[in-house]
Design a protein around this ligand. Sequence first.
Ligand code: ZN
Ligand code: ZN
Length: 152
Amino acid sequence: MEKNVTDRVQWFVSTCRNNGLKVTPQRLAIFRILSRSADHPSTDTVYRKVVREFPSISFDTVHRTLLTFSKLGVIEAVESYSGVRRYETDLYDHHHIHCVICGTIIDFCDEELDAIQVPERIADGFTVLGKRVSIRGICENCRKQNSEGTHQ
Ligand SMILES: [Zn+2]
Ligand SMILES: [Zn+2]
């Protein structure tokens, strides 16, 4: 199910080469950061990590690189309730739990959800490439903080 970071990086390098995208040290660093993060980082989070390695890289470069990567299909943009685009490199079938307060996105796998059938009226006129169930709610941490607030 889950590929390790080295495998993913190798696959990333060959996918870029096959698509004529140069694998620069900056691009490699951005992909590495993403494949090590299980928390679906935003552009800002990726930028703050990559700038430690490449102090001259701009936010805009990181932003454009992430867009290029997701167009290429080596990463995926994750639907988010906070309005900020988030990314991940986990392209296997999985589902998401979103906390609407802190923005945490947690992965989970469930074979029954994987097997959900797309309604025929959708599948007729639409080429389905993937399905994902996203559950939204309030995580344990936020729930605790919330109840502490009301008991004061
Ligand atoms: Zn939360
Ligand atoms: Zn995910």
